[in-house]
Design a protein around this ligand. Structure first.
Ligand SMILES: *Cc1c(COP(=O)(O)O)cnc(C)c1O
Length: 399
């Protein structure tokens, strides 16, 4: 899964190019930077690798989501429909632009259930934000049809699915905008970083200015730039972009290794009685960063986790149902609106109401679900050993 496992000579070379000039900022200093523009180069590489018309780098994936929403005009009074299983960044970004996060059930794809989305639409709904969790994707045809019918924005959070595709198109390039995260544990990393991808020139131009205090970037003199609207500082640095540039060149190697290792592990898991796997709307588009599997009941799942712990093979396996970061059950700070500053009344009402919301359909899925992170460093031989051990432990635990 994570690109940091393959950090080396290539990253050091790209970073050194920046250190040689000492120009760590992505804008300006045209003379002293001696033609070194790592952020621009990485944006061009992203457009070409993923087939997006435009790409705007940001300081994080969370900043990318915030930027995309701002550029798409999502703000106070608007509702954004998002899944109850995701990373906390999803609702953080919605709250940060003043909009209301509307959390709904997932289905066996572990992403937004189209049925749940339909049921949650109100006159205030502005945006649907599927989160392509754990390397695979949401049912984008169904979600696009809903968005088209109700004239809603489709924003893809593809932060965890770099390199995944849906019907031949890269995840993150299919909606009105999409985002990747390049934080330290993502498929490719910048250390910290993110990107907004879009095929809409206006959304791009707005994203470009929004991430740099509203600078229009039209002149040659940065100090003389006009500010057509308010922005923030969500810029990436040249040092971070340099790391990403080395990483994107290795992405296809990472994806090949993920696929090989994932498929070997799966071939063993398939032999365990009662084990089933997540639904993948386009089976050819999985990025294979995780192998996500289910057991028939919650009790069996908890028992299997105990057995894996005892056998020393639990590391790298995620039981999201009991995890503090990824599932609504443990988001008490959200549900009790523990904000350092006053939220707007719509936000306050909506998130405190979550205390009384049941997510039975999601619970029924998540309580039986384990995701195994796929390391890039495991050799084929180690993968077979791992698979056999997994299978033995599961068989014993299930019998
Ligand atoms: C990692 C992640 C983010 C946020 O990215 P950061 O770069 O850590 O801010 C957003 N959404 C999902 C689903 C993620 O996994």
């Amino acid at each position: 899964m994570p690109g940091f496992e393959f950090f080396g000579e290539e990253e050091r070379k790209e970073v050194n190019d920046v250190l040689e000039t000492g120009i760590l900022m992505r804008y300006g200093f045209d003379g002293p930077r001696k033609g070194i523009w790592k952020s621009k180069e990485l944006e061009a590489a992203i457009c070409s690798r993923f087939g997006s018309d435009y790409a705007q780098l940001t300081s994080s994936g969370t900043a990318a989501l915030t930027t995309a929403m701002a550029a798409l005009g999502v703000g106070a009074g608007d509702e954004v429909i998002m899944p109850a299983f995701t990373f906390v960044a999803s609702f953080e970004a919605v709250l940060s632009v003043g909009a209301v996060p509307v959390l709904v059930d997932i289905d066996s794809s572990l992403t937004l259930s189209p049925e749940a989305v339909k049921a949650a639409i109100t006159s205030k709904t502005k945006c649907v934000m599927p989160v392509h969790m754990c390397g695979s994707m949401a049912d984008l045809d169904a979600l696009q049809a809903i968005c088209k019918e109700h004239k809603l924005i489709l924003l893809e959070d593809a932060c965890q699915s770099i390199g995944g595709t849906y019907k031949g198109k890269a995840l993150g390039t299919i909606g009105d905008a999409g985002t990747f995260s390049f934080d330290f544990v993502k498929t490719i990393t910048c250390g910290e970083g993110g990107v907004v991808m879009t095929n809409n020139k206006e959304v791009y131009i707005k994203s470009d200015a929004f991430t740099d205090h509203g600078h229009d970037h039209l002149g040659v003199d940065r100090g003389a730039d006009l500010h057509p609207f308010l922005g923030y500082n969500f810029r990436i640095s040249e040092l971070h972009a340099a790391v990403g540039l080395a990483q994107i060149k290795k992405l296809d190697t990472f994806l090949d290794l993920q696929k090989r290792n994932n498929q070997i592990l799966r071939s063993y898991m398939e032999q365990a009685p009662g084990v089933s796997f997540r639904t993948v709307p386009d089976p050819n588009g999985d990025s294979y960063s995780f192998l996500t599997w289910f057991l028939p009941t919650q009790a069996q799942t908890e028992k299997a986790i105990e057995a894996m712990k005892e056998a020393g093979i639990l590391a790298g396996n995620f039981y999201w149902f009991a995890n503090n970061w990824h599932y609504i059950r443990k988001w008490d700070h959200l549900k009790t609106a523990k904000s350092l500053y006053a939220l707007n009344q719509d936000q306050q009402n909506a998130i405190t109401a979550l205390q009384h919301n049941a997510f039975d359909k999601s619970d029924a899925i998540m309580s039986r679900c384990i995701s195994t992170a796929i390391s890039l460093t495991w050799t084929e031989e180690q993968m077979h050993e791992k698979g056999a051990k997994f299978l033995a432990v599961l068989k014993a635990s299930l019998s």
